[in-house]
Design a protein around this ligand. Structure first.
Ligand SMILES: [Fe+2]
Ligand SMILES: [Fe+2]
Length: 209
């Protein structure tokens, strides 16, 4: 089956390159793995928000926004978990692709650069999740999955919007855009290549047009 994509990058200015139709085909072929991985992604997104709250504990504005974000991500986790349970799919651990760790490695060590990079990396991951969920919402042959992804889309768009606002407020547009362009190029680079085996498909496995 060949999937023809509309160009989602036009609507998501964060991403330097769009996902490939191969990724969509691989993901549609193994909905069980993508769902399990998706549950782990939601849990990790909540973890990232909490981690940032702990790193900057006296920042009230940040605390308030990230606390709400973490709760929302945990609700998404519960939603995906419930679907897995209804389908009798166990929430087994899955080896993660190199994507997340390769992006974390780009976060600079000293402040305030560390904060800017952490927000931008978190936002990029949200933006890619949003892009790929939109593709699954449009192309999955499974109506229940189309509905799930469609429902989660709006939140994920708000999430990268939130990280954008945090960056722009604290670092200004020019500095933010400049660093975002560098990190977005690296994010796309991290998704280049061919999937070595079908069972390694993930929400953030390789597959760039
Ligand atoms: Fe989420
Ligand atoms: Fe999110």
């Amino acid at each position: 089956m060949t999937v023809v994509l509309e160009n989602p990058v036009a609507r998501v200015r964060w991403l330097a390159g769009p996902s490939s139709s191969q990724w969509v085909e691989q993901a549609i072929a193994r909905p069980d793995l993508v769902l399990i991985d998706h549950a782990h992604c939601e849990r990790k997104a909540a973890g990232v928000a909490l981690q940032l709250m702990f790193r900057y504990p006296s920042d009230e504005e940040l605390g308030g926004l990230l606390s709400a974000l973490a709760r929302e991500e945990l609700e998404h986790f519960e939603q995906v978990l419930a679907l897995l349970q209804r389908r009798g799919i166990p929430l087994k651990p899955l080896p993660a692709p190199a994507y997340g760790s390769s992006l974390s490695a780009l976060v600079r060590k000293g402040e305030p650069q560390r904060m800017l990079d952490s927000f931008l990396v978190a936002g990029l991951i949200e933006a890619r999740s949003h892009e790929r969920m939109a593709l699954l919402a449009a192309h999955s042959p499974d109506a229940e999955l189309r509905e799930l992804y469609g429902e989660l889309l709006a939140s994920e768009a708000r999430h990268f919007g939130l990280y954008w606002v945090l960056c722009e407020q604290r670092f200004g547009r020019e500095v933010t855009v400049e660093r975002l362009e560098e990190l977005a190029a690296a994010e796309s680079e991290a998704l280049r290549g061919d999937l070595p085996a079908p069972e390694l498909v993930r929400m953030h496995s390789v597959g760039l047009a």
